[in-house]
Structures are given as C-alpha cells and as structure tokens.
Design a protein around this ligand. Structure first.
Ligand code: UDP
Length: 195
C-alpha cells in the first residue's frame, strides 16, 4: 500500500473506502494484518520508545486516525488521502463483514462494558457472528490462555481495547499465534459503543 513516512512511521495514504477494501481482501486471503490507528500522541510515544517504534514499523497498516497526522503529512509535502478514524473503521468493517457473516472477537474494557458492547454490536449488525469476547483486565500470566481461546474462536476480525501503550505491543507480540486476518486496537471505542 502507498505510504508516507512521518518521523519514520509509514502512514497509509489510502482513503477510508480503499482501506476497507484492502482489509476485506486480507480477510478473504486469511493474511494476518495488524492495523494501528495512530494519532500524534502515538507518534510521540514511538519516538521516545524504540520498542513502540518497532511495533509500529512492523504493523501491516497504520492509518491516520486524527487531523494531527493529516496536518503532519501535508507539512511533509506528501498528503494522506483523508482521516481514517478508528471508530469509523471499526463500523465500516462490521458493515462489510455482514455480507460474509464474518466472525468477530471483542477483547478489552471491563466485563460490563464488553458484554454490553457485544449485545449492541450484534443488534446493529445482525449478520455478524460475535464468536467471543472477554474483558481486558488480565496480566501477562493469562496471555497464553487468552490467545488460545481467541485462536479457537477463529474470528475474522479481532478488536482490542486496552490502554494505548498496551494494546498495540500485545497484538504485535501475539499476531503470529492468534492467526486472525485483521486485528485492530480500538482504545476507548467499547466505552463509547456500550454508552
Ligand atoms: N483497559 C483494559 N485493560 C487495562 C487498561 C485499560 O481493558 O489494563 C481498557 C479500558 O477499560 C478502556 C480502554 O482500555 O475501555 C482504554 O483505556 P484508557 O482510556 O484508560 O487507555 P488510554 O487509551 O488512555 O491509554
């Protein structure tokens, strides 16, 4: 995919529509994609933390979540197409996924929030299969068990809502074991969806 480098981080230059199409193809081809919806705070974090920089540079797709990144790309003389906000991308993927009855796994937030999120997304996208969900309050000792249950559920899409400094490294670390076509960190999205 065409990218522009902003402080060494390759941002996708695709529109929302093109982004969704690339990810639709990734699901059909069953190719693991880590999608990072990055804002300037995450760019700063990567500049200060080499481990985070490595995580971001290893992601298959980094999309410009906010206007700050769009501005920076313009400033670099290589504009991105438009903002691709994570919250909207989540909904676009579920909308497309209804055509294929994609399986979706929701990971993160509190037990109450994640349960309510599962209920509401199922209502909003009846043709989606919610193949599993669990809260995001677990430690490294539980990682293997969490990964195993996701792999067993075999979702097409995995949305992870934990802290911004946690979710992307976690997805990066377990991407190969998870074997999920599209995995995306969605930060506080479940808190919004569960209302
Ligand atoms: N969260 C989680 N596990 C954690 C910490 C946070 O599942 O150990 C969830 C939290 O419930 C919220 C989301 O991650 O739904 C984003 O949390 P927060 O806004 O605190 O993170 P930030 O994006 O500010 O780092």
């Amino acid at each position: 995919i065409p990218t522009v480098s902003i402080y060494g981080i390759p941002f996708s230059k695709l529109t929302m529509k093109e982004t969704v199409e690339v990810l639709r193809q990734a699901v059909l081809a069953k190719q693991p994609h880590q999608v990072i919806t990055a804002n300037p705070i995450m760019v700063m974090a990567a500049l200060e933390n080499p481990a985070m920089m490595k995580v971001m540079q290893s992601a298959e797709m980094i999309v410009p979540d906010g206007t700050g990144v769009v501005w920076a790309a313009n400033y670099c003389g290589e504009p991105v197409a438009e903002r691709v906000p994570g919250f909207e991308l989540l909904h676009e993927l579920l909308r497309v996924g209804e055509n294929y009855r994609w399986g979706v796994y929701l990971l993160g937030s509190t037990p109450e929030v994640i349960q309510e999120t599962a209920v509401r997304l199922q209502e909003q996208y009846p043709a989606i299969r919610i193949v599993g969900y669990r809260d995001g309050y677990f430690g490294p000792a539980e990682d293997e068990q969490v990964v195993a249950s996701i792999r067993e559920a075999a979702p097409d899409l995995l949305f992870v809502a934990r802290g911004a400094d946690t979710q992307e490294p976690w997805i990066h670390k377990y991407k190969d074991s998870l074997q999920v076509p599209v995995t995306m960190g969605v930060g506080g999205s479940f808190d919004v969806i569960s209302g």
